[in-house]
Design a protein around this ligand. Sequence first.
Ligand SMILES: NC(=O)c1ccc[n+]([C@@H]2O[C@H](COP(=O)([O-])OP(=O)(O)OC[C@H]3O[C@@H](n4cnc5c(N)ncnc54)[C@H](OP(=O)(O)O)[C@@H]3O)[C@@H](O)[C@H]2O)c1
Length: 291
Amino acid sequence: MRYVGDVAVGAVGLGAMPLSIEGHPDEARAVATVHAALDAGVTLIDTADSYHAPTGGAPGDGELLVARALAAYGGARDRVLVATKGGRGRTPDGGWTVDGDPARLRRAAQASARRLGVEAIGLYQLHKPDPAVPYAESLGALRDLLDAGTVRMAGVSNVDVAQIRLAREILGDRLVSVQNRWSPAVRDSEPELRLCAELGLAFLPWSPLGGISRSSLDGASAQAADPRFGAFHRVARERGVSPQRVALAWALARSPVVVPIPGASRPETARDSAAAAELALDGRELELLGP
Ligand SMILES: NC(=O)c1ccc[n+]([C@@H]2O[C@H](COP(=O)([O-])OP(=O)(O)OC[C@H]3O[C@@H](n4cnc5c(N)ncnc54)[C@H](OP(=O)(O)O)[C@@H]3O)[C@@H](O)[C@H]2O)c1
């Protein structure tokens, strides 16, 4: 288990983006993927109001899907923390926009709460700082949402050290998480990870599999793509598990504040990733995989 604020969650979460953006699976497979993750011990699901197909979809599709999957789940649902985000949108050509306007953020969070069917959103994250709006103003909207009880805990995403410090100043200990891109291959958020460990904030790496996410990569071609991937495949072969599971176990071993949120659009991958919570790498393996 790991902590997001005062909530204990399974050490590996589920990134729900592939379930509702372009190329998403059909409803039955999407719901089965969420259920497989929950059955495997996942209790943190990450979504966003902008996780929808750019054409033929609508804002909130991802949240509605998660809400439907939870409603149809036969097991315990009350321990599931649904994290959503606001502040981004889609363009018809598949692009992503950013909108940090405080009034629109407040309205977006209220709409997210309605779609998720909750009085208070468990974890609401500002998706990305908007260069056109002072970040303190966007964070002020988050503070208002916390004060109003629309949101129980707050997080930020795609932020640097200074922005995390500003968020901490404005939100105090109601800021509980940072979501940045981080994986064995993409390491430029190391300073933010260190700050999260220092402040006791959960660090939710997005795209935590990086280039290892293509299961077709064999050891040799992986090594050619990035010499470090070779070690992940070697440990995986020795353990008889997937390199993706090794990558997630490595991430968990890096810091107790790390809670990876691997994406999945199939029950098999959701299950395989969740099992990384049980994979304790030993000292030799960690040395092989590198810092
Ligand atoms: N805050 C942000 O700006 C931001 C940006 C991007 C993503 N995110 C969040 O982060 C989550 C994760 O990122 P991501 O989905 O882009 O990338 P990712 O987790 O690095 O990779 C997801 C892909 O890896 C495959 N995969 C997952 N587990 C696997 C396993 N055990 N074995 C083999 N393949 C596996 C999945 O395949 P299948 O599809 O076949 O299951 C999926 O296509 C997203 O879902 C979203 O919630 C946030």
